[in-house]
Write a protein that binds this ligand. Structure first.
Ligand code: HEC
Length: 194
């Protein structure tokens, strides 16, 4: 009896904590990975994103794109955990969602298509980090580009830019608007969001 009461209390406390964090997250995307802007409205480089929820790793190697892949080569895509939590419950990206896409080069290949042999088979294997793009959902701030701001922190090895201005709609948002499956995000490539 006593044990049950204890358990119920723990469950109650947990439920309250969860409700509070969801409410906080609903308001502004939550605490972890929340977007910060400087006085000029530039987005500050997100911190700790490699520990957020991992969405997937699309791969567009130079070897399959005449050496000119627009976004070389692996794209490691992460979403801030509070936004992911809400997405899983509601199927929508809350205000304050931050999605970071980090680019990684592939290891030097053994074949013209850039692939190489490994004990697991012939394929592509990640080498060093080489750039970062970020999307932030803020419907008021980024009304012109369907409610999302797009930021390029550099397509080179780290350190990435400390802050980035929102890119013009023509350089990022228009392609996402035309091709992404859900609210400007390419959910069709991330099984966890389907
Ligand atoms: C020509 C089309 C195109 C352009 C232009 C483009 N993207 Fe994307 N973007 C994609 C595709 C396709 C994906 C998903 C698959 C992949 O990464 O290869 C993607 C994925 C992303 C993601 C991960 C979330 C998602 O929707 O999958 C971010 C963040 C992102 N792009 C930011 C940017 C930024 C910032 C720019 C401008 C500097 C930009 N993109 C320009 C096509 C584009």
């Amino acid at each position: 009896m006593e044990i049950n009461a204890g358990r119920m209390m723990v469950a109650g406390v947990l439920a309250t904590a969860l409700a509070t964090s969801v409410a906080a997250a609903e308001k502004g995307g939550g605490e972890i990975g929340a977007a910060s802007f400087d006085a000029q409205g530039r987005l500050l480089q997100p911190q700790g994103y490699r520990e957020w929820v991992f969405l997937g790793a699309p791969l567009t190697p130079h070897g399959l794109n005449d050496g000119k892949a627009g976004f070389p080569e692996f794209h490691h895509v992460y979403i801030n955990p509070d936004a992911h939590d809400i997405y899983q419950r509601s199927g929508r990206f809350p205000e304050g969602t931050v999605i970071a896409k980090e680019l990684l080069l592939v290891q030097k290949g053994d074949y013209p298509d850039g692939s190489k042999n490994a004990p697991s088979g012939r394929g592509y294997f990640a080498d060093r980090y080489n750039g970062m793009d970020v999307m932030v959902k803020d419907s008021r701030r980024f009304k012109q580009s369907n409610g999302w701001g797009f930021f390029n922190f550099g397509h080179d090895a780290p350190p990435y830019a400390e802050a980035a201005s929102a890119a013009p709609a023509s350089s990022c948002a228009s392609c996402h608007a035309a091709n992404a499956q859900k609210d400007m995000v390419f959910t069709q490539f991330y099984p966890i969001l389907r």
